[in-house]
Structure formats: structure tokens, C-alpha cells
Design a binder for this molecule. Structure first.
Ligand SMILES: Nc1nc2c(c(=O)[nH]1)N[C@H]1C(S)=C(S)[C@@H](COP(=O)(O)OP(=O)(O)OC[C@H]3O[C@@H](n4cnc5c(=O)[nH]c(N)nc54)[C@H](O)[C@@H]3O)O[C@H]1N2
Ligand SMILES: Nc1nc2c(c(=O)[nH]1)N[C@H]1C(S)=C(S)[C@@H](COP(=O)(O)OP(=O)(O)OC[C@H]3O[C@@H](n4cnc5c(=O)[nH]c(N)nc54)[C@H](O)[C@@H]3O)O[C@H]1N2
Ligand code: SF4
Ligand SMILES: [Mo]
Length: 711
């Protein structure tokens, strides 16, 4: 039952109340955007009202409050645009579809089906993500599809599947946080990245909970922590080994849980016994006494939760680092009961759902696997094709960029991402994109990637585009939308269906409204790990979201996972032996500092949307480099001056910002700007061997004043 009663909507001819939810992060806060058209000058005035919902509890952060601005900016894409002689010119949708079909068909005949690649995103609704996955496999029969979530969730997702048997952001509801006596926040900056969740942690603290933060920098999140482990970038797996060693030595094991519900203790114990605490302290830069204090706080608490986010995960050992944090959870038996659990704090609005329904290179809807014969047969049957017509698995997002470089992929269709700014080693990516025979970008704004495109397709934004999104708890939410599309913009899923028609595959894409897509997705996911079969639009309108797996309409949805077993052989979770691991790129005489990257409160990802919102853009107009004053002095850098950062791969120019709260061997630059401030010109493109996550959080750089005479 809903906790809240919906407010009465007072509507008149001049007032338009739009029920919606914020397009940005994974909390998916509900809100109303209210347009008042009564002003004498005819101009609309907008106001935003946070709406009650069990996740956000009626809160909004600043990004949500101003999200409407990028939708209503005068810079929206209104018509399909083709590039002729270096300039974009308006064309009709029919001509755009004909052009795509002729280019794709020509290239497919010359080079085979896999010459066309698709690149999706975690901002797409479940419905659009589902249609994109189906479009790749059925309309184009290409194996090359992947999405930006590869850079976001893949380490935690692959670790969750391996260790627990399921990958769902949080294993329990947000409301469990208040029941936890101790929380480990590892590489997660909730204060800036999911701000409306902070009250959950503050309330837990008021009840006496101890919070441990692991981050090389001080952030709004580390400031609420009782213990801050200022780890050396990339050394989280080693730090977790230190904590595990303390847990074993101090008898903090939940013997019964470990004996009955896990495997792998003997190997793990032998491995931990062989490690030396002082070496761990040296490698991680965290004093052994502090590691001990943190481990005991968590180990001795009756209840507790562990959260990881991109600080731990965006590493070349991200998969194993997460598995080592899951060891902490399992050894202490803190899962599957009130106040206990694990959370991979998902990132994008639909970072969770976006990875469940077929955008990933190796997956079909419902987390089915494209290389598993039973899974192929099931989905092919729902789609009305023969399983042999389905392609096999492709490669990860960055590896697709390598295929683009090698011209194995000659045409790329991007929907919901700005890969030129968000991929590591951006100079290499730009070279590749420029080699493409044909680049199509579907967006509602002109991103840096869209500027390189041969064709841009205008799509609808959140106030216009209804559909479901799955938040960080695995709670499926229905986003309503009734604002008319501007110009000739169409919904993502609609564009794909119409294009399929042009490609002669229209019979597989007969959806007239978004709910039709969801109903097919329910069937396609039925019986899979992420089973949405029991979720309907009707339920979503009545309830405040429904958790998956939800196999039947009468099923309440799974609010807490793993209460009695794990979906793995013998119902047991897997303990993992994780070696101490150094980041792939080490500092050197030429590149003496670690660079780590991340986010600030007011901007979102590559900034395409938030930089178009005047109220947000004004708060942080340019990028910056956070640096410790004593490090700055060594490199002759003054505060608030322009600096040059160089790595083996490129160079950027940003302004210095002094902070004595960052490690002296590390600088930090956010990821929200392009061109000369695109931090990914510096980042390393080495990938985690298991999940193919790039090591966005560590590379080696050199810093110097940009133009010393002007600073
Ligand atoms: N304001 C804002 N909010 C967002 C987003 C946004 O762009 N802006 N993006 C959304 C998305 S898609 C995502 S994925 C999430 C990301 O959410 P987070 O993962 O919380 O954000 P980041 O800033 O990338 O990284 C978190 C922290 O990791 C720290 N860190 C860096 N290197 C290391 C390391 O080696 N070890 C450890 N332990 N910590 C390290 C950084 O200092 C940073 O404070 O946020 C979502 N919310
Ligand atoms: N150095 C460094 N790089 C990183 C990260 C990091 O921490 N450090 N984080 C990584 C992470 S976690 C992520 S999630 C990626 C994200 O990186 P990107 O995928 O590049 O994400 P966005 O900036 O959100 O780009 C989305 C684009 O899609 C458009 N868009 C938004 N909604 C929709 C929609 O519904 N339909 C369509 N068609 N278009 C839409 C936006 O206008 C924008 O142009 O970046 C990764 N890159
Ligand atoms: S950015 Fe996240 S926390 Fe902020 S309003 Fe949007 S959904 Fe809520
Ligand atoms: Mo993300």
C-alpha cells in the first residue's frame, strides 16, 4: 500500500500539471512540473513540486528542480538533420529513414551484418532499451550492440552474478538503511550523486550507526562518516583484504551463515593468512590501525550494509574489488535480513533496467544469455523468429570503439549516449568515429558526438516520453509524460519501429503505444532472472513501483533478496580469493601524480543536459582540478589558475582548485565537460579482464601551469 496520499491537482486552462520523475540519477525522484501560462506577456512560468514516493520520500535535489530547463531550452533538436558539405541541413523523417536503410543495406551487403553497430544508454526507458536490443538482433542481425552502462555498472553487475547469482543494485529496500548499525560506503559519493538519499544515512546515524567511508578525497559523503579511509586510488581490493584479515583474526565470522550458505572459506582463509597487514597499509596508504578499527566496527555490529560505487568499480580490477567487498558481507552473514545487505549504487536513471533487457553485448531480455541455447530459443519464440537467426554475443562498449577503428564496424547508431566524451582515451575514440562511413545519433540536444554525426535524429525528452525506469533498488517505476513533442521529435522506440519498417522487418515491431512494448518485454523476460512478467502499467499506477523479480501479477515483488538462499548451486554464495592488485598504470618520473575522475553535484555525466540548464550551468561553469596545496607548490601551481594536465594519451586545460582534503599524490578532475576540458583525453583504456570496465579512476599524469606569465 502507498505510504502517501496523492495531492489534489488544481488544474485550470492556464495551468498544466505534468506528473513526472527526474531524468538524472538512479533514485528517480518523483515530481510535478507545473506550467503557468496566465502571465500577460504570454510567457510560461514553470515551478517544480517534489512528489511523495517511497524512495525519494518527497525530496528533490538541485538537478531535479532544474531538469525541466534543458527540455525547454531553445536548443532542442526539432527535425532530422543531415550533414552536407560539413553543415547540418534539415530533412524529412522519410528521407532520413531511406538514407539510413540505404547506407546500412549497402554496407551490410559489402561487409556483412556485423558492420553496423548499435550503442545505447542507461537513460533510455526499459521500453526503448528493449526495442533497441531487439532491433539489433532482429532488424539488423548484428552482434555489435553495447551501451554506456558498461562504464558504469559492469564490475558490480558481473560480481553480483558470480557471487550471489543475481545482479540487482540494492539487495534490499532503502528503508533497511535505517536498521543498519554500521555502513561501509566504498567509492560512493552519495551526497553529490544521489543527494536525496542522504537523510536515510543521517537517520541511521542519529540511531547510533557507524559510517565508514573509503575515498581518496574528502567529499560531502565522507564528511558524515565516523571513519574515513583515504585509500590510494585503485587499491580498494587490497584494503578489503586487510579488513577481511582482521575479521578472521578477531573471530567476527558468522560461522553458521558461512557454513550453511557459502563456499570457498578454506581457500580464502589460507590466502588471508599469507598476507601481511603492514604491507597492506603501505600499499593502500591507510594506517593498519584504521583498517582494523573499520573492520571491527563492521564485524562486531549486529546489522550492517556495504555499498560500492564507481570509485571501487571503475578500475581495471573492478570486478574482483567488488567481489572482495562482497566477502565482507558474506563472512559476517550480513545479508538477507533486516538492516543487512549490499548495494551497488546504480548511476543513471535507468542504469538498472537498461542493463536487463538486451542492450548488453551478451544478453537478451530478462538477463537471458545470448549464447545459451535455451535462452535463445525462448526469446526467439517470443519474437517469432528462428533461434538460428539470432546473432551471437558482441563486444563491450570500448571494444566496439576499437572495432570502429579497425573498420570492422563501419556504421554506428548511437541512442542515448555521448561516447566521444564518456569513453576512456577520447582522442583515440574521436579518430575512430571520424573513420566511420556513417554515424547516426538519436538525441534531443546536439552532443559532442552528434556534432560528428552524418545524421542526427531528434527524439523526445523526459517530459514528453513516457515509459518505465528501474531505480537503484530494483523498483520499477512508471514515468508518465504528456507534454507534446517539440517540432518533429519522436520517441526512441518509435524511431526504431519505423526504421525497422523501412528495413523490411516491420512485422516484428508492431507497437502502437509504449505500453504495448512493455507487455512484450514482460513476456520476453518471463522466467528470466530479471522477471517483469507480473508488473503491469496498471499496477505501477496503483503501487509506488514494483520490485523485480515479479513472476506473476499477484506477486508482491522481491523487496529483499537472498533471505533463505542464493540462486547458485546448492543455494550457496561464493567467497572469493582476491590477490592484492596494483592499478595497470603506475606513477613515474614523467607522470608523477595519480589522476582520479568523478562528479560534482550540479552536473550530470558528460554535461550535455546540465550545461544547457542555465540555473545549473551557472553554478559550475567550467571544469577544475582538485589538488593538495603542498603538491601544487611542488609543481609551481597557484590556486584558481589554468593548468595543463598531461598523460601518455593526451592533454587538457582546466583551472586549479586547492583542497587539503585530497591525498597529496592524487588530483581529481570531474567528467562533465568536453573538448579541451574532456578528462577522458587523459584516461587509460586498459579494461578489467572480466567485465571490460575501463580504469577511469586511476591514471598517471603530469601537471604544470598552462601559461605561467598569465597566472
Ligand atoms: N551530480 C551527479 N550525480 C550523478 C551523476 C552525475 O554525473 N552527477 N551520475 C550518475 C551516475 S551515471 C553514476 S554512475 C553515479 C556515480 O556515483 P559515484 O560513484 O558516487 O560518483 P563518482 O564521483 O564517480 O565516484 C565516487 C567517489 O569515488 C572516489 N574515488 C576515486 N577513486 C577512487 C578509488 O580508487 N577508490 C575509492 N574507494 N574511491 C575512489 C571519488 O573521489 C568519488 O568521491 O552518480 C549518478 N549521479
Ligand atoms: N573519466 C570518466 N569517464 C566516465 C565516468 C567517470 O566516472 N569518469 N563515468 C562513466 C559512467 S558511470 C557513465 S554512466 C558514462 C555516461 O556517459 P554518456 O553515455 O556519454 O552519458 P550522458 O552524458 O548522459 O550522454 C547521454 C546523451 O544522451 C542524451 N539523452 C539523454 N536521455 C536520452 C534519451 O532518453 N534518449 C536519447 N536518444 N538520448 C538521450 C543526452 O542528451 C546526452 O547527449 O560515462 C562514463 N565515463
Ligand atoms: S538527480 Fe537524482 S537525487 Fe537529484 S532529483 Fe534527480 S533523481 Fe533525485
Ligand atoms: Mo554511470
Amino acid at each position: 500500500m502507498s505510504l502517501f496520499v496523492k495531492q489534489e491537482q488544481v488544474v485550470s486552462d492556464s495551468i498544466h500539471v505534468m506528473d513526472t520523475q527526474c531524468p538524472f540519477c538512479s533514485v528517480q525522484c518523483k515530481m510535478q512540473v507545473i506550467e503557468d501560462r496566465s502571465a500577460a506577456d504570454g510567457k510560461s512560468v514553470y515551478s517544480v513540486v517534489p512528489m511523495p514516493n517511497q524512495a525519494s520520500e518527497g525530496r528533490l535535489c538541485i538537478k531535479g528542480i532544474y531538469a525541466y530547463q534543458h527540455v525547454l531550452t531553445g536548443e532542442r533538436l526539432l527535425h532530422p538533420m543531415v550533414k552536407r558539405n560539413g553543415r547540418f541541413e534539415r530533412i524529412t523523417w522519410d528521407d532520413a529513414y531511406r538514407l539510413i536503410a540505404s547506407k546500412f543495406n549497402y554496407l551490410r551487403e559489402a561487409y556483412g551484418n556485423h558492420t553496423v553497430g548499435l550503442y545505447g544508454g542507461g537513460s533510455l526507458t526499459n521500453e526503448s532499451a528493449y526495442v533497441l536490443g531487439k532491433f539489433a538482433r532482429v532488424a539488423l542481425q548484428t552482434k555489435y550492440i553495447d551501451y554506456n552502462g558498461r562504464f558504469c555498472m559492469s564490475a558490480a553487475a558481473s560480481a553480483g552474478v558470480k557471487v550471489f547469482g543475481i545482479d540487482r543494485g540494492l539487495t534490499n529496500q532503502l528503508s533497511d538503511i535505517e536498521l543498519a548499525e554500521c555502513m561501509i560506503l566504498a567509492g560512493t559519493n552519495i551526497a553529490e550523486c544521489q543527494p536525496t538519499l542522504m537523510p536515510y544515512f543521517k537517520r541511521a546515524k542519529e540511531k547510533g550507526a557507524i559510517i565508514i567511508a573509503i575515498d581518496p578525497r574528502e567529499t560531502g559523503t565522507t564528511r558524515i562518516a565516523d571513519i574515513h579511509l583515504r585509500v590510494k586510488p585503485g587499491m580498494d581490493a587490497t584494503l578489503a583484504n586487510g579488513m577481511l584479515k582482521v575479521l578472521l583474526e578477531e573471530g567476527c565470522l558468522d560461522e553458521e551463515f558461512v557454513a550453511n550458505r557459502t563456499t570457498g572459506l578454506t581457500e580464502l582463509r589460507a590466502h588471508l593468512d599469507s598476507l601481511d597487514m603492514e604491507e597492506i597499509a603501505h600499499l593502500t596508504g591507510v594506517p593498519s590501525q584504521l583498517i582494523r578499527k573499520a573492520a571491527l566496527s563492521y564485524g562486531k555490529a549486529q546489522t550492517g550494509m556495504v555499498f560500492t560505487a564507481r570509485g571501487v568499480e571503475q578500475q581495471t580490477d573492478g570486478h574482483m574489488a567488488v567481489r572482495n567487498f562482497l566477502n565482507l558481507v558474506l563472512l559476517t552473514g550480513k545479508i538477507g535480513k533486516p538492516g543487512c545487505g549490499y548495494g551497488a549504487v546504480t548511476g543513471q536513471g535507468n542504469g538498472q533496467g537498461g542493463r536487463e533487457h538486451g542492450q548488453k553485448a551478451d544478453q537478451l531480455p530478462g538477463y537471458r544469455l545470448i549464447e545459451n541455447p535455451e535462452d535463445r530459443a525462448y526469446v526467439a519464440n517470443v519474437w517469432g523468429i528462428d533461434p538460428s537467426e539470432l546473432p551471437g554475443k558482441g563486444v563491450s562498449a570500448y571494444e566496439m570503439m576499437e572495432k570502429v577503428h579497425e573498420q570492422e564496424i563501419r556504421a554506428l547508431f548511437v541512442m542515448g549516449s555521448n561516447p566521444l566524451v564518456s569513453n576512456p582515451n577520447a582522442n583515440f575514440v574521436e579518430e575512430g568515429l571520424k573513420k566511420l562511413d556513417f554515424l547516426v545519433v538519436a538525441d534531443f540536444l546536439i552532443s559532442e558526438t552528434a556534432q560528428l554525426a552524418d545524421l542526427i535524429l531528434p527524439v523526445t525528452a523526459f517530459l514528453e516520453n513516457a515509459g518505465t525506469l528501474t531505480n537503484l533498488e530494483g523498483r520499477v517505476l512508471l514515468r508518465e509524460a504528456d507534454l507534446a513533442a517539440p517540432g518533429e521529435a519522436k520517441h526512441d522506440w518509435q524511431v526504431l519501429c519505423e526504421l525497422a519498417e523501412q528495413l523490411g522487418k516491420g512485422q516484428f515491431f508492431q507497437f502502437t503505444q509504449v505500453e504495448d512494448v512493455f507487455n512484450e518485454l514482460r513476456l520476453a523476460s518471463r522466467g528470466g532472472t530479471a522477471d517483469y512478467y507480473g508488473i503491469t502499467y496498471e499496477r505501477l499506477r496503483k503501487e509506488e513501483g514494483v520490485y523485480w523479480p515479479c513472476p506473476e501479477e499477484g506477486h508482491p515483488g522481491a523487496k529483499r533478496l537472498f533471505e533463505s538462499s542464493f540462486p547458485l548451486p546448492a543455494g550457496r554464495a561464493l567467497l572469493t580469493t582476491v590477490e592484492n592488485h596494483l592499478p595497470k598504470e603506475q606513477i613515474s618520473e614523467d607522470f608523477p601524480l595519480y589522476l582520479t575522475t568523478g562528479r560534482v553535484l550540479v552536473h550530470y555525466l558528460t554535461g550535455v543536459q546540465t550545461r544547457k540548464s542555465p540555473s545549473l550551468a551557472a553554478r559550475d561553469v567550467e571544469s577544475f582540478m582538485e589538488i593538495h596545496p603542498s603538491t601544487a607548490k611542488k609543481h609551481h601551481i597557484e590556486d584558481a589558475t589554468l593548468v595543463k594536465l598531461t598523460s601518455k594519451r593526451g592533454e587538457i586545460h582546466v583551472r586549479s582548485r586547492f583542497s587539503d582534503a585530497i591525498r597529496e599524490d592524487t588530483v581529481f578532475v570531474p567528467m562533465h565537460w568536453g573538448d579541451t576540458q574532456n578528462v577522458n583525453k587523459l584516461t587509460n583504456d586498459e579494461l578489467d579482464p572480466t567485465c571490460k570496465m575501463p580504469g577511469f579512476k586511476v591514471c598517471a599524469v603530469q601537471v604544470s601551469p598552462l601559461v605561467s606569465e598569465y597566472v
